[in-house]
Design a protein around this ligand. Structure first.
Ligand code: NAD
Length: 485
């Protein structure tokens, strides 16, 4: 059933006020996982505490000549491994609680996927759409200088990346500022990741988070026992997916899952409105329309009068919130009609919302796993910057030559030409993008394995989020033990 007609009917009873904040909710989820671990006294507190938070106010002259004061933060949640890593967000919702919560999430995310970084996050409170490119450049460069001068940005100390409202362009500006201040720092490019490929970035970083979501979902679909928990079976083909957010993360995941895996994207909601189409939405077409018109107005089945709670209650197989935190909460969790929730955004299900989904038996694949593709490929970019060589440069042609010799030997033995597809695969050495994808796929599958093992071990863990935190906390604790703490 399409919920087009019911879209404006809210299911919310607005009991959100009673919810813990994003940061408190995350802390409670960690506490739940800690109950399954026997850590020495004091260590849980050390792991959970935010190391430090910087708040900055800085002036930037806008195009109309007026000086405007901006407010930004950068939180370093953990430095048991350095550098600390985490994105920079430009949004009006940015505040200290949000930045601290997102920094903490980075600590657990990095640990879960074996990325040897501490957790950090930053942001500036602004609506990027309200500023010209020149203004955004001035704001970004000034914010970067603030972070550098206070020790919150360097290749070995604290390395930002894109998040909501920022992308490769902003990261390029930040790298440029750092290099200008430290012209002789040989590893300067590693001060930030998510840069344009032409300025020290790595192919596959822009789409990495969405690609990682696809790999996470594919791994789930390789496991019939996990699918059964969600009342699902079979493959991804024809599965009905609803996506909230069509930015960097939402766009890529929706595109890959529909174009490459045959899933049907039956609902998309962005700030510009919503589209519901049981026949499946052309994700690239919708994105192009939004870029051109800034609205779903003239898009087939586009609606601007849509209520978020009603949209999130659209019946589907997979509900993928990929926009902002706090979308599924105590007030609307009862309305969710998905078989599985895949947290592509950070913190889209609140602590209260999570409790409701658990009571209702709707599994949630948690954010710290699902969207870890971004930081994973950032890690690859950072290593590339430190090693000053592109991946595959030393061995690509060697692999191609070896593949050609294997094909030649096979053809000689069989007396027949090799299958064209097999030949192409064997004689083509992996380029950097192929290596990045392979590393990302391996990371997501390995992490899923560890979460699934913990979940199915039967130690009283009944949800993927707790299992993921148990895996992450165990690894963080081991790092502290190695440090002699
Ligand atoms: P983005 O700014 O590129 O896109 C955000 C999208 O969400 C836009 O389509 C916007 O219209 C939509 N949106 C915002 N508020 C909304 C609302 N209230 N209702 C409906 N739609 C809304 O952001 P992004 O980089 O795609 O990040 C999305 C989420 O993924 C965030 O939680 C972010 O922290 C997380 N994340 C991003 C990355 C990354 O590499 N960019 C990595 C990990 C996690």
């Amino acid at each position: 059933m399409s919920s087009l007609d019911t879209l404006t009917r809210s299911t919310s009873t607005d009991s959100r006020a009673a919810e813990p904040s994003f940061n408190e909710g995350l802390s409670l989820a960690v506490d739940r996982a800690l109950r399954h671990l026997d850590l020495p006294p004091g260590l849980p507190e050390q792991i959970k505490a935010c190391d430090s938070v910087l708040q900055v106010h800085f002036p930037v002259r806008l195009d109309d000549g007026v000086l405007h004061i901006f407010r930004g933060w950068r939180a370093t949640h953990s430095s048991h491994q350095l550098p600390a890593k985490g994105g920079i967000r430009y949004a009006t919702c940015v505040d200290q609680d949000e930045v601290e919560a997102l920094a903490a999430l980075m600590t657990y995310k990095c640990a879960l996927v074996d990325v040897p970084f501490g957790g950090s996050k930053g942001g500036v409170q602004l609506e990027p759409g309200q500023y010209s490119e020149r203004e955004l450049e001035a704001i970004t460069r000034r914010y970067a200088r603030e972070l550098i001068s206070r020790g919150y940005l360097s290749p070995g100390g604290n390395v930002p990346a894109p998040d909501m409202g920022t992308g490769a362009r902003e990261m390029g500006w930040i790298a440029d500022v750092y290099r200008t201040i430290h012209p002789e720092e040989i590893n300067a490019l590693a001060c930030v990741t998510g840069k344009p490929v032409t300025s020290g970035g790595i192919p596959g970083r822009t789409e990495a988070t969405g690609r990682g979501v696809q790999f996470a979902v594919r791994e789930l679909f390789r496991r019939p026992e996990d699918l059964a928990l969600a009342g699902l079976d079979g493959g991804l083909e024809g599965k009905r997916i609803v996506v909230q957010g069509l930015g960097n993360v939402g766009f890529h995941l929706a595109r890959y899952l529909s174009e490459e895996d045959g899933a049907l994207i039956v609902g998309v909601m962005t700030r510009e409105g919503a589209v519901l189409d049981d026949g499946g939405i052309d994700v690239a077409g919708l994105r192009a329309h939004l870029d051109q018109y800034g609205s779903v107005d003239r898009y087939p089945r586009g609606r601007t009068d849509v209520d978020t709670d009603a949209f999130l209650a659209t019946p589907c197989d997979l509900l993928v919130p990929a926009a902002v935190e706090g979308q599924i909460h105590r007030g609307n969790g009862a309305g969710v009609q998905a078989k599985l929730v895949v947290e592509a955004a950070n913190g889209p299900v609140t602590y209260g919302g999570d409790e409701i989904l658990r009571e209702r038996g709707i599994p949630v694949l948690p954010d710290l796993f699902v969207n870890a593709g971004g930081v994973t490929v950032s890690y690859f970019e950072w290593i590339k910057n430190l090693s000053h060589i592109r991946f595959g440069r030393m061995d690509r042609r060697l692999d191609e030559g070896r593949g050609a010799r294997i094909v030649g030997a096979l053809e000689q033995m069989t007396g027949r030409p090799a299958d064209a597809a097999l030949r192409a695969e064997l004689v083509t050495g992996a380029d950097e993008l192929t290596l990045v994808r392979s590393g990302l796929d391996d990371t997501m599958r390995q992490a899923y394995d560890e979460i699934s093992d913990t979940f199915h071990r039967g130690d009283g863990i009944h949800d993927y989020r707790t299992a993921a935190y148990v895996v992450a906390l165990r690894k963080i604790a081991n790092t502290y033990f190695d440090l002699g703490i």
